[in-house]
Design a protein around this ligand. Sequence first.
Ligand SMILES: C[S@@+](CC[C@H](N)C(=O)[O-])C[C@H]1O[C@@H](n2cnc3c(N)ncnc32)[C@H](O)[C@@H]1O
Length: 275
Amino acid sequence: MEKLERDTDSKSFKRLKNEVSRMIGVDYDNYSRSHLRRRFHARMRVVETPRFIDYLNYLKRNEEEIENLRELLAVNVTKFKRDKKVWDTIEDQVIPQILERKKESILKKIEAWSAGCSTGEEPYSLAISYLNNRPPDDVSLRIKATDLDEKALDFARNAEYPAKSVKNLSRSDMKIYLEKEDDERWGLKDEVKDLVNYKESDIFETSFTKKFDLILCRNLMIYFTGESKTELMERLVESLKDGGFLIIGMSENLRSPAKEKVESFDLKKRIFIKK
Ligand SMILES: C[S@@+](CC[C@H](N)C(=O)[O-])C[C@H]1O[C@@H](n2cnc3c(N)ncnc32)[C@H](O)[C@@H]1O
């Protein structure tokens, strides 16, 4: 096969991107061109179409290829308590601080949001860390979990996970919150599942009306253009209550003006508090 076409400024790349946006129903203008190119290339190699325009024609003729590309573009990789040290801080410092504040507040409901929740491991990890803090009876937690990938959300609602996905959970977490379905799969108990509400939603089309105590938006923004990241971070910070926590991915960095509106709670672990 000849060399894969690379120029993301070319007309054919733009056409492919626009047509794929239309076919899949996601605005890929918000995604970085290098991310899109890497994903297109992976499929172009498989179906042996080195030029963007030929791959587009292939997509138009083969409906199942749209699904293959959609899955690849989504990048659903996740696991329970991904980046274990971050989760230790969430469980041992962030949640206790939120609970402490609720003691003095008349509003006893904790509102949390897991944005780009994929197959559910992230919001369920938050639910487990919350329950491990033995919250008082008058306090409650509601986790809104959103993603644009419907299939990932169906998986999340079903809440059965392979052993490799739960390996960061402690023995005690496994014992208290999981049930062994068979040698390969673990199911989550209702106590954990009941704290999470899933909703299909594109983060660029989500209305940010509610104010949250905690927002997890991890390993999602890495795929977006600089401009989209800046805009999104600002909207995320706007959606926090004063003193609310924002937690982003370990390889992500806050940008201005969002950066000026928060303080670092733990910079290394990318945990911030709204000023
Ligand atoms: C790599 S996973 C991150 C999962 C989890 N947050 C974590 O850190 O383990 C990225 C998720 O973002 C979702 N995603 C990508 N673009 C999105 C968008 N525009 N709106 C909502 N979710 C999106 C993907 O479907 C995928 O499930």
